[in-house]
Each structure stands twice: as C-alpha cells, then as structure tokens.
Design a protein around this ligand. Structure first.
Ligand code: PMP
Length: 349
C-alpha cells in the first residue's frame, strides 16, 4: 500500500487547545452575534428542508454578499471558509506545477496548500516593520504564475497600499490574489477593481469582522471566467444550508456590521495603546491595520508559553513574532496586566 507520500513534508495547521482560556490567538471577532440576529438565524433555519441538499451556488448568500460590497453576484463564488477557496485555487484552478509567489511571514495555509498540491513556491522574505513597502515582492510577481498575500497581513497587521497592487496588476499577466480577510478593519479594499483587472482575485471571509467563524463561509471575487473555474472545481454542495442561512441573515444587516467593525477597531486600538508602554527596548510593534497586533521580539516563545500558564492563548507563528487578537474590554485588561507581569518575569531570568 502506498499512501500519504505527498503529506510527508507537509506541516499541518495546529489549532490551539483552550480549556477555558482567554482566546486571543485566532483573530476571530471578540463579540458574539446579538440575540436578535441569532433569533432571526434560528427562524430561517427552521424553514430549512433538512432532507434536501443545499443550494449548490448559495445564490441568496452570494446576492447578499454582492449587495453588501456593491458588486455583481456573477463575480462571486462562496465556499466552506476562504480556506476552501485556497484549496480549490491551488488544487484545481492553478495548472500543475505552477510557480506561486508567497511572502513570509504570511498566513501559513498558503504554503500548506501550495505544498500539498505540488505547486512550486518562491518565497519573498519581508523586511519587518516596513508597513506598505512591498516593491520587491511585486518586482518578483512579474515572473510567476500567481502571487498571493494577505492584506492587511496576517501576522504583521501591516497593509499594502491599493495603488501598489494596482500598479503590479498592470505590469504582469500573472494572477494576483489579495486575501482581504481583515480588510474591513482598514477600509482600503480593491474589490471593485476586479472589473478593470482580469488577473485579480480578491478573497473575503465571514469569520472576522462579521463574527461568523462558527459558520465557515468565505468567498472569491473575480472576473466571471475565473469564478466559473471555481464553480466547476468545487464540490457540489460545499456550503451547508445552515451556514448559508446564518450568513445570509448576518449580511442583511449592513448597519449592524459597520457598527460592530467600528467596535472591534476600537478594541484593537485599546490593545495597541495599552501594550505600547509595556514593550521593552528590543520589542517592535507597528501600527495595526487588522483586528490584532504583532510584536516582534526575541522573547516571543517565552512570553507565549508564560501567557498560556496564565490562561491566555495568543499566537506565536514564528519564533520571534507574537500575534495578539483584540479582545473584549475585560479580556484586554487581563491581557495587559498579565503581559506586563510576564515581561518583568522574563527580564529577571
Ligand atoms: N486568510 C487569512 C489571511 C486568514 O488569517 C484566515 C484565517 N485565520 C483565513 C484566510 C481563513 O479564513 P476562513 O475562516 O474564511 O477559512
């Protein structure tokens, strides 16, 4: 029996175990949905015919999503999280053995899917604390089949200016994928530029600002020809009726979504401003654009482990990076007190 050869060198994503911890490690919204919206979802779910397969094209959901972002539904495909979009992109839409340009650090699942499906990767190592300076990344984009990055970036929380991406799009025939999972927190989306750039794919998710990580709903937005490829390759019933119902309801409340997003941004600013005076001279933290902050420090692993002992989960995606998501007022207060204590403890060791 010969199985699993392709998996031998694959580094799987390692989600945390929590056991009652404060969860500041997954960049989810720190606010659950309000009761009234949950009740509306429950009502909608009551009318789901559980014996029937879901709508394969999630038409109502895509219509609501398109209306929210003011685009045409024919330019949208929905999936089981934007993770599934990545899987379809690397596994089916891209030709075999394409060359893919990724940045480092960036969202780890890009590399995961590229390796899993045997694509060739070129890795651009980002200089730290440069905010939007990605000119070197885009120079390399001219020679590859596809360039993919998160904007704002997970884990650095820095952003690439729209004009630089548009410039890069005009200088290459390759595909450029802008993963805007956290863009609601920054407001520099290029989603409307799919009409003038046939080589642009924009990824979106309901898991962050929209507070629906439990539902697993993500989208790709692009020229119709590319969207048709995703539709051809995806499994027929990839978004469950329950998830379609939940996300359709949430997307019908644009005013609520805008208010919530503003609350998360304010929670993120409290975290950022609270952490600033606690940093030691070797630590660096750039101004965050997403719903989390990123601290560059040689003590990242140490602080990460100590915080876990105090029941706080943060993420340490690389040995010198700490990523901390915005929390509720109480969560942030606990984090800040504990962070200060842990840094002092580290100083003594
Ligand atoms: N893109 C980025 C940049 C992310 O950080 C994440 C989740 N952490 C995803 C995509 C995946 O999101 P989803 O929940 O839609 O699968």
């Amino acid at each position: 029996m010969k199985l699993g050869t392709r998996l031998e060198k694959i580094e799987p994503y390692s989600p945390s175990e929590y056991n009652g911890m404060i969860r500041l490690d997954a960049n989810e919204s720190c606010f659950d949905l309000p009761k009234e919206i949950k009740a509306e979802i429950a009502d909608k779910i009551k009318s789901v015919e559980f014996n029937r397969y879901p709508d394969p094209y999630a038409s109502e959901l895509c219509d609501k999503f398109a209306a929210y972002f003011n685009i045409d539904p024919e330019n949208v495909v929905a999936a089981n999280g934007s993770d599934e979009i990545l899987s379809i992109l690397f596994g089916a839409v891209l030709d075999y053995k394409s060359t893919v340009l990724l940045a480092s650090p960036d969202f780890s699942m890009y590399r995961f899917y590229a390796d899993l499906y045997g694509q060739n990767t070129v890795i651009y190592n980002k200089p730290i604390m440069t905010q939007s300076d990605c000119s070197d990344l885009f120079l390399k984009a001219k020679n590859v089949d596809l360039t993919l990055f998160s904007n704002p970036c997970n884990p650095t929380s820095e952003g690439i200016d729209a004009k630089d991406i548009l410039n890069a799009l005009s200088e290459t025939d390759g595909i450029i994928v802008a993963d805007e999972a956290y863009m609601d927190f920054w407001g520099e989306s290029i989603i409307d530029k799919i009409y003038t750039n046939k080589n642009l794919i924009v990824l979106k998710t309901c898991s962050k600002a929209f507070g629906l990580a439990a539902a697993r709903v993500g989208f790709a937005v692009a020229d119709k020809k590319i969207i048709e490829m995703f539709k051809k390759a995806k499994s027929p019933y990839n978004v469950s009726s329950l998830d379609q119902a939940a996300a359709s309801v949430v997307l019908s409340h644009p005013e609520y979504l805008k208010k919530r997003t503003a609350q998360i941004i304010s929670a993120r600013n409290k975290l950022y401003n609270g952490l600033k005076p606690l940093l030691t001279s070797e630590m660096r933290m750039s101004e965050p654009k997403a719903n989390f902050v990123c601290i560059h420090t040689a003590r990242a692993v140490h602080i990460y482990e100590k915080l876990r002992k105090y029941n706080i989960a943060v993420r340490c995606p690389e040995k010198n990076i700490l990523r901390i998501s915005a929390g509720t007022e109480n969560e942030t207060e606990t984090l800040l007190t504990t962070f200060g204590k842990v840094v002092k403890e580290c100083d003594r060791q």
